[in-house]
Design a protein around this ligand. Structure first.
Ligand code: FES
Ligand SMILES: [Fe+2]
Length: 413
């Protein structure tokens, strides 16, 4: 008889992450945990909603999400200030703005025609004699999200009025955001807009996959084979992951994580040679849902416990010549595009198959193992930054550590 593998120690079914870094399959699967995440994670953090370059002139707007809550991010024509407002009509709740971006002086709800000015003020109610004289239009504008701050062009909003300031929240991740903010001769531009990927699976699978050099040579083997055919040489990926001391994953604190392909000071020398535009010499996760990889900004939007939308924005350095911008876009298409070789691998292997496998919930081993490299990670004196080797699961533990802290704090529901 084949004996069932036993879990190392019996664990209460309510434990979501064990001390030895086993992670319950429930956190990827259960709708009630997802609903709790929306309140306790997305309700309490700074969530990236836009880069200033997406709404460069007055009247520009884009739609976005904080967790599952739809918002409009707009730039005021006169002052240039940025508003983030709930995309929810004050009449009966319809999402007012349907377009992903545009330029306008008003937003009109398609349901019964209520019209709002660019800053959300209610300016028109059809047949308004249906309301008493005391009906106060000035109190019925689109509701503004309680906190909005911009860090070097990156616009974040928070549902938590009492959250710490954005610079403090970003903490050690600021150093890396600063690097991105300084690309080219005037910072990044998201002028090409986003490529959108929708997958069947939990949002955290994409976060875990974004900084995961361990998977690359397996999941993306066909890509590395193509590169070899093109260039005549094998990619140094595996060698670097296994032995290059400059390739290291780090827990930056507050849920943020980075994988460096070399010290930032030597960024120019450390192109990581995977064939994708190497504008940024690191992968960065900004908790909970913003990431940077190679030459793009990646925004993860949870839509349901098993449905995730991912927006991939190629980063075009402001001031770069047409050839450089063109190369970044073509590189992006080759790896991430709909007929590219990268996103499709991750969606199939990293998300769809994992989602399928995790359905084996009757197994007493309903645990994902997130302990790789735990025995050899080093805590940097002074900063508290945890540093591990390239293939270790330090970045995954970074976000899960913060995830668990927030999930354990009651929210009254
Ligand atoms: S729901 Fe918007 S006008 Fe009625
Ligand atoms: Fe991948």
């Amino acid at each position: 008889m084949i004996e069932e593998n036993a879990v190392p120690t019996p664990v209460d079914k309510d434990v979501l992450i064990t001390d030895d870094w086993r992670v319950s399959g429930r956190i990827y699967r259960e709708a009630s945990i997802f609903e709790r995440e929306l309140r306790r994670i997305y309700g309490r953090t700074w969530v990236f909603v836009a880069h200033e370059s997406e709404i460069p002139v007055g009247g520009d707007y884009k739609t976005a999400y904080i967790g599952r809550q739809p918002v409009i991010v707009s730039r005021v024509a006169d002052t240039g200030a940025i508003n983030v407002m709930f995309n929810r009509c004050r009449h009966r709740g319809s999402a007012v703005c349907q377009r992903e971006f545009g330029n306008t002086s008003f937003f009109r709800c398609a349901y019964h025609g209520w019209t709002y000015g660019a800053e959300g003020q209610l300016v028109g109610v059809p047949f308004d004699d249906g309301y008493p004289e005391a009906f106060d239009k000035s109190a019925m504008g689109l509701t503004h999200v309680p906190r909005v701050e911009v860090y070097r062009g990156f616009v974040f909003a928070s549902l938590d009025p009492a959250i710490v300031g954005l610079p403090e929240y970003l903490g050690n991740a600021r150093r890396y955001l600063d690097f991105i903010a300084d690309v080219g001769s005037g910072g990044p531009e998201l002028a090409s807009r986003a490529q959108k990927v929708v997958y069947r699976g939990n949002w955290k699978l994409q976060i875990e996959n974004t900084i995961d050099p361990y998977h690359f040579s397996f999941t993306h083997k066909s890509w590395l084979d193509i590169l070899k055919d093109r260039t005549g040489t094998s990619s140094p990926w595996v060698k670097n992951v296994r032995t290059n001391p400059d390739w290291r994953g780090m827990d930056l604190g507050n849920g943020h994580a980075v994988h460096e392909y070399g010290p930032l000071e030597r960024a120019g020398e450390n192109a990581h040679a995977i064939g994708i535009g190497e504008l940024i010499p690191f992968n960065l996760n900004v908790f909970p849902s913003l990431a940077f990889v190679g030459a793009h900004l990646r925004l993860v939007v949870p839509r349901a416990v098993d449905e995730t939308h991912v927006y991939l924005y190629p980063i075009l350095p402001r001031g770069a010549d047409a050839e450089t911008r063109n190369r970044i876009l073509r590189d992006h298409e080759i790896f991430y595009g709909p007929s590219g070789f990268g996103s499709t691998d991750d969606v199939e292997v990293g998300f769809d198959r994992v989602t399928n496998g995790l359905e084996a919930s009757a197994s007493p081993n309903d645990w994902a193992l997130m302990s790789r490299g735990l025995h050899r990670e080093v805590v940097e004196p002074g900063t508290g930054i945890r540093i591990g080797r390239s293939s270790d699961e330090v970045p995954q533990r970074a976000y899960l550590r913060r995830w668990l802290e927030l999930m354990e704090v009651e929210d009254g529901c």
